[in-house]
Design a protein around this ligand. Structure first.
Ligand code: PGA
Length: 249
């Protein structure tokens, strides 16, 4: 059985005091669930979040990290820094990192390798842009994003990888992929991984959907057989909405 996951990507939101308020509410309301629940606050609030959640089932992830071990990389954060404060999961390849901060497949492949070298768990994000879908290039784009960052890895690496399919046109726009579109792409991803690796890797990998998941659409999206949970942006900033989405899984 694949692990189900609901992860909240808080992006550049919530000051320290706001983070504490949200965490307190989350901890008191988080339902009993077989799914893993993860939150990814901004770097400066990670340590506080780890401490706050020490006795909770809610886990913590970072939103990004650098691929180098250490050195002259002003403004960047290393794997060792994350591990040292108790963060073992990292989101890599979010579309905002790709489009706003210029992260390429090549850089992402290095980040993935660094995370694996440090035995971290990776939530690897990818997905097509609107123009690519309109031109019917979405399968091709997704396949190449996966291939460039992940397909040279050894089979064993896959136990550390969670995938998050996030069509860029659905992120923060209020427009979601329909449950059928999500299922179609997730099934394609599994088929592609089966071809590149094997059936077991494809069956075992958790594939999250991300892009305007809200309390009112989560259940339908999560009901699809190849959708194993969600990566939630906006709705994860409101405790009751995030809780409702966790309950939908
Ligand atoms: P959204 O963001 O839920 O606000 O669309 C999803 C994401 O960027 O992970």
């Amino acid at each position: 059985m694949r692990t189900k996951i609901v992860a909240g990507n808080w992006k550049m939101n919530k000051t320290l005091s706001e983070t504490e308020v949200l965490l307190t509410e989350l901890v008191s309301k988080v339902p009993d669930t077989k799914a893993e629940v993860i939150v990814a606050p901004t770097f400066v609030n990670l340590s506080t979040t780890v401490n706050h959640l020490a006795n909770s089932v809610v886990q913590v992830a970072a939103q990004n990290m650098h691929f180098a071990t250490n050195g002259a990389f002003t403004g960047e954060i290393s794997a060792a820094m994350l591990l040292d404060i108790g963060v073992k999961t990292v989101i890599i390849g979010h579309s905002e990192r790709r489009s706003i901060f210029g992260e390429t497949d090549d850089m992402l492949a290095k980040k993935v390798q660094t995370a694996l070298d440090n035995k971290m768990r990776i939530i690897f994000c990818f997905g097509e842009e609107l123009a690519e879908r309109k031109h019917n290039k979405h399968f091709e784009v997704v396949e190449s994003q996966l291939k460039n960052a992940l397909f040279s890895l050894p089979v064993e690496a896959w136990s550390h990888i969670v995938l998050a399919y996030e069509p860029v046109w659905a992120i923060g726009t209020g427009e979601t992929a329909s449950p059928e579109q999500a299922q179609e792409m997730h099934a394609f991803i599994r088929k592609t991984i089966a071809k590149a690796f094997n059936q077991k890797v494809a069956e075992d990998v958790t594939i999250l959907y991300g892009g305007s998941v809200k309390p009112n659409n989560a259940k339908e999206i999560f009901s699809k057989p190849d959708v194993d949970g969600g990566l939630i942006g906006g709705a994860s900033l409101v405790a009751d909405d995030f809780i409702a989405i966790i309950k939908a899984i």
